[in-house]
Structures are given as structure tokens and as C-alpha cells.
Design a binder for this molecule. Structure first.
Ligand code: ADE
Ligand code: ZN
Length: 337
């Protein structure tokens, strides 16, 4: 059992969430409500039956259900309601800043206009007290040509998202498949990130850095298989957006006691804690912190370091970043007495 004082510190500390797929925040209850509102039929009889299907063996077994869940999103208000629900839940966990992925291709492939997707998500961000920005993510199981077409469609709304990411089925879809479209996104001035080293090998982390020129790596936990890469990530201060509950649910680690978060920190890496797809993996930010601190020998100094890493790695203007870092330090100074 986690020491109640440490638990309270984890719950109350100011947080940045840098790795959350907004479609992964759709709770089963909201999936059913939206299905009813939009007359979409689901292959599950009830909320309980849907939840019972959340027994994943690997990334692909999750993605199949995640894309099915997103099929209920049709109108701008649906995207708004999903995002507003996430931000409200995040605020309850003392998340002060969130950088939110959205997967436009999941929706445009079903005939939903990209404007509907972006406007709904963006409007909810504007209405929230949480500082929230958006990262448009390409699906790597689709072609680079499809990513280019999506970028073209999204460019009229470019003031509403600041970054570009890469997600979906990692194995067999290496970063270099998207070299040209990422080069174009860099030219356009977007901040760049990519999922790499979740299930894929350390080589995918290297090509995400060297070919795609990303600034952060999403997951990246498999970097420890390569000592030179581990040292490079630490030296170049390339942040990893680690998602502990996700890693256990998708069997990247067999149980939380095997998670390598502490090794990453001990190697000098700017590791952060995030929820990935909280509705599917059994928890939001505080659940992720509590589960990791319960299973691993982590203490107050690690908590402060992880909270600081989140804001340090955020795509925020320097003054805003400093304001949040000062807030973290003041919180821990008060917690220590
Ligand atoms: N899309 C949503 N969650 C993901 C994950 N954990 N890895 C890759 N793609 C995703
Ligand atoms: Zn992810």
C-alpha cells in the first residue's frame, strides 16, 4: 500500500499531460450515449459487455476496439463533449496543461469533415480552465500519401493545433515511412513528435529522431535495450512521454513491478508520466502516478522530478513554462514541511 502522505502529494501536485489520445478518453458510458444520439449500432449489448472486451494482449488488439469505439463520433458536438469530459477529468487530477493528440483519419475515413473534428475538439479546449493544445497525429498503418492528403485538408485550420504526431500500429510501420510528410510539417513550423519504442525496437526511436526530426518520443521505453541510445536521449534531453498503465495493459511489461520508469530516470532521461488512452487502460493521470509509485521504489524527490519533467518537456512559451515550474517547486517546498 502506498504511504497515504505520498499518495496525497501525488494527487495534489500540478501536472502536465503530454500523451493523451482524445479518442482514448471516450468512456464506455459516453460511447453508448453518443451511439444512441447518432443512431449508430454497436457490436456490444451493454456498457458492461464493452468494458469486458477491454482485455488486450498487445497494441493491435487494443487498436481494433479503440477504432470501433470512435465510430460513434459524428457531429461537432460529439467531439466537443468527448474533449470537455476529458478536460474536466484531467482538472480533477490537477492537470494544469495538456497536449492532446487527435487522429483525424479515423474520422475522415468515415465521411466526417476534418473541420467538424478540429472545431469540436478546439472549442472544448478554449472553454476549459486547463491550458490545452492539440497535436494532429497521422495513422502509421496508412500510407504516407494519405498523411499528405490529411495535412492538406487540415492546413486551413493550422492555428488550432501546434504539433504533428505519429501513432497506431508500430511494428512494420517504421518512422522513415513518413520521412517526406514530416519534412513538410517541419518546414511549416509544427512541433514534431512520434510514437516509437513502445512495441518497436530502439532503431525506431533513432529514425524518429534522425529522419523525422522529432523533439519528443512518445513511449520510448524500449530505449534501454540500447545503451548508446539511452545515453544519447539523456545527453540531448529528449523527453519520453511514458504511459505506465498503458504499458501494462498492452503487455509491454507483464506487471507494474517490471516497469522501467525508475531505470529511465536513473539513466538521466527526461521521462514523464501520462495516461495515453485512460478510458481503456484503467486510469487517468493520478491513477498512473499512484500505480507506478505503489509498485516501484519511488519517493517524493521522484514525484517532484516527474512533475517538473512534464512542464519542462511541454511545448509552452518559456515564461508560461517557468510559471508552472515555479508552481511545482512551491508545492513541493510546502509538502516537505
Ligand atoms: N493510438 C492510441 N493509443 C496508442 C498507442 N498506445 N500506441 C499507438 N497508437 C495509439
Ligand atoms: Zn499513445
Amino acid at each position: 500500500m502506498l504511504n497515504p502522505q505520498l499518495r496525497a502529494v501525488l494527487e495534489g501536485m500540478p501536472k502536465a499531460e503530454l500523451h493523451i489520445h482524445i479518442e482514448g478518453s471516450l468512456e464506455p458510458e459516453l460511447i453508448f450515449a453518443l451511439a444512441k444520439r447518432n443512431n449508430v449500432s454497436l457490436p456490444y449489448a451493454s456498457v458492461e459487455a464493452l468494458r469486458a472486451a477491454y482485455a488486450f494482449t498487445d497494441l493491435q488488439s487494443f487498436l481494433d476496439i479503440y477504432y470501433a469505439g470512435a465510430s460513434v463520433l459524428l457531429q461537432e458536438q460529439d467531439f466537443y463533449d468527448m474533449t470537455a469530459a476529458y478536460l474536466q477529468r484531467a482538472a480533477a487530477d490537477n492537470v494544469r496543461h495538456a497536449e492532446i493528440f487527435f487522429d483525424p483519419q479515423t474520422h475522415t475515413a468515415r465521411g466526417v469533415p476534418i473541420k467538424t473534428v478540429i472545431d469540436g475538439i478546439y472549442r472544448a479546449c478554449q472553454d476549459s480552465p486547463v491550458s490545452a493544445t492539440l497535436i494532429l497525429s497521422f495513422l502509421r498503418h496508412l500510407s504516407e500519401e494519405d498523411a499528405f492528403a490529411t495535412l492538406e485538408e487540415a492546413l486551413p485550420y493550422r492555428d488550432k493545433y501546434l504539433g504533428i504526431g505519429l501513432d497506431s500500429s508500430e511494428l512494420g510501420n517504421p518512422p522513415e515511412k513518413f520521412a517526406r510528410v514530416f519534412a513538410r510539417c517541419k518546414e511549416l513550423g509544427f512541433r514534431l513528435v512520434a510514437h516509437a519504442g513502445e512495441e518497436g525496437p530502439p532503431a525506431y526511436i533513432e529514425t524518429a529522431l534522425d529522419v523525422l526530426k522529432v523533439e519528443r518520443i512518445d513511449h520510448g521505453v524500449r530505449c534501454l535495450d540500447d545503451a548508446a541510445l539511452t545515453q544519447r536521449l539523456a545527453r540531448e534531453r529528449i523527453a519520453l512521454t511514458v504511459c505506465p498503465l498503458s504499458n501494462v495493459k498492452l503487455c509491454v511489461f507483464q506487471h507494474m513491478g517490471q516497469h522501467n520508469l525508475l531505470e529511465l530516470l536513473d539513466a538521466g532521461i527526461v521521462a514523464t508520466v501520462n495516461s495515453d488512452d485512460p478510458a481503456y487502460f484503467g486510469g487517468y493521470m493520478n491513477d498512473n502516478f499512484i500505480a507506478t509509485f505503489e509498485a516501484l521504489p519511488l519517493g517524493l524527490s521522484h514525484a517532484q522530478r516527474l512533475a517538473r519533467n512534464g512542464f519542462t518537456a511541454a511545448f509552452l512559451p518559456p515564461a508560461e513554462k517557468q510559471k508552472f515550474l515555479d508552481e511545482v517547486d512551491a508545492y513541493f517546498a510546502a509538502a516537505a514541511v
